[in-house]
Structure formats: structure tokens, C-alpha cells
Design a protein around this ligand. Structure first.
Ligand code: ACO
Length: 336
């Protein structure tokens, strides 16, 4: 961290999910599977899916409105918007620009999207931290939103059982009381194994150059390799994150991990020796909502009384890239 850095306050967090619920039993209408198979391997019972006018942009707007409301910061005072959206309905205009327009956030502030798949929120938080620490920007809106249900091959029963749609948002600002809500933050990637989860945009070369060939345009995932990689890297990574922050496991109140697969979360939990009460999961009801899953798990658990604010939590994500990252944060009263 640079000296004289301005500390960051997490001011508000919100989420939004589509109204349509698809259960494991519903998926048996598409292919040969069962609630028992899916639940026992992933911990998922149901997920939400966009329909009609819902998409990653509309979900992101709803989540952003809630985070702004909780933060007490007015839309017109936002200085920058950063959106983690791995496969939005349109690549441009950026989701950030569309959110800016809809929420009447002043023109001529910067708004942009980044791609870090399910680690997206941790990446945006890291970028925001740099801008706030340097004094360049004060109030930053972060949005993490994905509508994976529109990107899946609905005949691929191995990948399509996992994902759901949703959005999360966080408003961060320069801390006025000198307390930094980011105790520690770290982001990583390993591009050499990027092929294990991919989403290719459809597109055709110019017919003058070569004959057109259709390219598949849906999520492809080698589930076993993803599982192996994350189960190998993540538990040790989170343990080191705590140690490098000079903290002990008893200093941490909650672990709020990306909700990709309950068995991966349990591997991290086992390594850290955390109780069930300390580990936040809601994958059972929402599946894997990519970048949205961490803020969704945080806010929903607060609403359900499972997470108490005025506490300290590890947020950790991993996803396509492969990317991964973690933050140890203070969760102040009133943020959601
Ligand atoms: N229902 C019934 N049977 C199935 C299903 C299904 N939905 N899917 C696969 N099978 C069958 C396969 O056909 C195969 O049968 P076979 O042995 O007769 O060929 C068998 O089950 C095993 O298939 P695998 O694909 O090897 O299943 P695996 O045990 O690896 O489980 C799963 C698949 C659940 C996807 C697992 O690999 C996993 O969870 N991986 C991690 C994925 C993940 O976390 N991804 C997201 C992280 S990154 C991000 O969020 C973008």
C-alpha cells in the first residue's frame, strides 16, 4: 500500500435476482439427471433465471439502486462505475455506461466493464481501492452481474446444472474516520489453464478471407479440471491470506466464498477449521451466479440473520481465466 493512502469505506451493498425459479426437478425435463445427482455433487437445489426484459443490465441496475440507497451516497455524487460482467448481453455500450444512463449518474464520469469471471467483484474492489487510495476518485459504484443462463449449452448437463443469474453491487468511498474497511486484498490469475472454462463469442470471418465456419457460442467447462484446480489452490490461498494479514482464524467472523460448488467451499472450510455458522453459503437456492455470488451471499445472509454486521469477513472468489482473489473486509453496521 502506498504511504499516505486514503482508506476505503464500504458504504452500501445490494443484490438483485430474477423472479423465475428453476429447480433441479425442472431440469429433468431437459436431460437425464436428478435432484439427487445435482444436489449431492454441487449443493444446488434451485437457481434463478432471467426471462422477458430481464438481463445482466437490468439486474445490475436494480442491485446498484439498492447499494446506493444503503450507502446514503447520491447517484449524482458517484465519480466512477466499474462493472464486472463476463458475458453481458452487449459488449458495447459497456454495462457500466448503461447503468450510468439509467441511474442518471452524471455524464462524463468514467464507466467501464472488466472481465474476471467469478472473481469479478474482488477485481473491481481492488481497482477501486487504488483509485480511492490515490485520491483520484472518491465515490465508486461497483456492480457484478451475469446472466449465465443465456450463455449455456442447454444440452450440456454437466455445466448447465451449475449456473444461475443474479447481480450484486457495492458502493465504496473515501473513509472519513481513518478506518480502512479493506484489511487486506489480493488478486491472481493463471492464463495458462484458461481453456478449462471458456465462453467464445460467435462471429464469422470475412468470406473474402476464408469460408465462413460457425463457431460454438456457449460456455464450455471441463468441470473435473476446474474442480481439481480450485480444490488444490483455494484452501491454501485463503489460509495464507489470513496469515499474511497478520491475523488468526479467530479474528475472522465469516468466510463468504464464491458460490460455485458446495464441495469446494467445504474443502476451504475444512482447511481453515471453520464452523458451519462461520461459512456463508446460499448456493442451494441460487446456484453459481458468477461475479454476483459474493455480494448476493453477503446481503442475503444479513437479511436472514445469519451474518451480523459490525464483523470481519473474508470474501474470496475464483473463476474463468483462471482468476482468483480474496479480501479481508470490515462489514460495518448499516451497509445492507
Ligand atoms: N446428471 C446426471 N449425470 C451426469 C450429469 C448430470 N447433470 N452431468 C454429468 N453426468 C454424468 C456424466 O455423463 C458422467 O457419466 P459417465 O461416467 O457414465 O460418463 C458422470 O456423470 C461423471 O461426469 P463428470 O462430468 O465427470 O462429473 P463430475 O463428477 O466431475 O461432476 C460437476 C460434474 C458437478 C460439474 C463437477 O465437475 C464440478 O462441480 N466441477 C467444478 C465446476 C465449477 O465449480 N465450476 C464453476 C467454477 S468457475 C466459475 O464459477 C465460472
Amino acid at each position: 500500500m502506498i504511504s499516505n493512502a486514503i482508506p476505503l469505506r464500504i458504504a452500501g451493498v445490494g443484490y438483485s435476482v430474477p423472479k423465475t425459479v428453476i429447480t433441479n426437478n425442472d431440469l429433468t425435463k431437459l436431460y437425464d439427471t436428478s435432484d439427487e445427482w445435482i444436489y449431492s455433487r454441487t449443493g444446488i437445489k434451485e437457481r434463478r433465471m432471467v426471462s422477458g426484459n430481464e438481463d445482466a443490465v437490468s439486474l445490475g441496475i436494480e442491485a446498484a439502486k439498492k447499494a446506493l440507497e444503503k450507502s446514503g451516497i447520491k447517484a449524482e455524487d458517484i465519480d466512477m462505475i466499474i462493472v464486472a460482467a463476463s458475458a453481458p448481453p452487449q459488449l458495447y455500450p459497456a454495462v457500466g455506461c448503461q447503468i450510468q444512463a439509467t441511474l442518471n449518474i452524471p455524464n462524463e464520469i468514467p464507466a467501464f466493464d472488466i472481465t474476471a469471471a467469478c472473481t469479478g467483484l474482488i477485481y473491481t474492489l481492488t481497482i477501486a481501492r487504488g483509485f480511492i487510495a490515490s485520491g483520484m476518485y472518491k465515490n465508486i459504484l461497483l456492480v457484478a452481474t451475469d446472466n449465465n443462463s443465456r450463455l449455456l449449452d442447454w444440452s450440456d448437463r454437466s455445466a448447465s446444472i451449475l449456473f444461475g443469474d443474479g447481480a450484486g453491487a457495492m458502493v465504496v468511498t473515501a473513509s472519513e474516520d481513518g478506518i480502512d474497511d479493506i484489511i487486506s486484498i489480493d488478486i491472481r490469475s493463471n492464463g495458462s489453464i484458461g481453456e478449462i472454462i471458456q465462453y467464445n463469442l460467435a462471429g464469422k470471418n470475412c468470406p473474402l478471407v476464408e469460408p465462413n465456419t460457425e463457431k460454438p457460442s456457449f460456455i464450455t467447462m471441463n468441470g473435473k479440471e476446474v474442480y481439481r484446480f480450485v480444490a488444490r489452490v483455494l484452501p491454501e490461498y485463503v489460509e495464507k491470506l489470513v496469515a499474511d494479514a497478520g491475523m488468526k482464524n479467530e479474528d475472522i467472523d465469516y468466510l463468504i466464498p464464491h458460490q460455485a460448488n458446495l464441495r469446494i467451499i467445504q474443502a476451504v472450510q475444512e482447511r481453515l477449521g471453520y464452523s458451519d455458522e462461520k461459512v456463508v453459503t446460499n448456493i442451494e437456492r441460487f446456484g453459481n451466479t458468477s461475479a454476483a455470488s459474493i455480494p448476493l451471499a453477503l446481503v442475503e445472509s444479513v437479511e436472514q440473520g445469519k451474518v451480523k454486521l459490525g464483523s470481519t469477513a473474508i470474501l474470496t472468489g475464483f473463476g474463468a481465466g483462471m482468476t482468483w482473489g480474496g479480501a479481508i473486509v470490515r462489514l460495518r453496521e448499516g451497509i445492507c
